[in-house]
Design a protein around this ligand. Structure first.
Ligand code: HEC
Length: 178
């Protein structure tokens, strides 16, 4: 008598055990996966931050944006402080439609990485003027502007007359240091 009772209970227990084990395994896998993904996310975030930190020195942190002291923006651009976060926003809003965000590949306009090096033979104001009104610089016969135009015409760059010096410096710092 106890035998038959025992027999009928045993398979049930075994079924439950298998189901529970599978459930536990599925749960562990999901938790493990989430954990793995969050670690990956964190590492990517840290790495991005490190890239900027290596090249710049944070001098102030004001909640949303950080002001960073640029250690070595090219000698020609005499910049001490540049708001790289501002530069990023401006670049994405005004320049990224034509200039590739990776700063390395051409798009509608040329890749901008290393731009300060290419303008190093001219005073800073020339690069600022070009960004504000490239066509005017081309017409005035500026050698670098004319060279660019020969390569890129008839594609016009928009004018950005309203950008302040501080904003242009921020954009250049972002281009060279992000
Ligand atoms: C409509 C497309 C367009 C937009 C938007 C644009 N550019 Fe350009 N940019 C060009 C083109 C095209 C050239 C090449 C010269 C030419 O054809 O006038 C150029 C050239 C340049 C150069 C010279 C690069 C070198 O190697 O000397 C700089 C610097 C530059 N752009 C900065 C900017 C900045 C900063 C912004 C945003 C505020 C911007 N551009 C927005 C199209 C654009």
């Amino acid at each position: 008598m106890p035998d038959s009772e025992h027999d009928s209970i045993k398979p049930n227990n075994l079924d439950n055990l298998i189901i529970n084990t599978i459930q536990a395994l599925v749960q562990l896998t999901v938790i493990g996966l989430l954990f793995f993904l969050s670690i990956c996310g964190f590492l990517i975030y840290e790495n991005e931050n490190k890239k900027v930190e290596e090249r710049t020195e944070r001098v102030a942190f004001c909640g949303v944006g950080s002001l960073r002291k640029v250690r070595s923006i090219h000698d020609t651009i005499k910049v001490e402080y540049a708001n790289i976060d501002l530069g990023k926003t401006l670049f994405r809003n005004y320049c990224a439609t034509c200039h590739n965000k990776n700063m390395k590949d051409d798009l509608t306009g040329p890749a901008l990485g290393g731009v300060t090096e290419r303008w190093k033979d001219y005073p800073n104001e020339d690069l600022f003027k070009f960004i504000r009104n490239s066509q005017e610089m081309i017409k005035s016969g500026h050698p670098r502007a004319v060279k660019l135009w020969t390569e890129w015409k008839p594609t016009f760059m928009n004018s950005f007359e309203d950008l302040t010096d501080e904003e242009i410096v921020a954009i250049i710092a972002y281009i060279e240091y992000w």
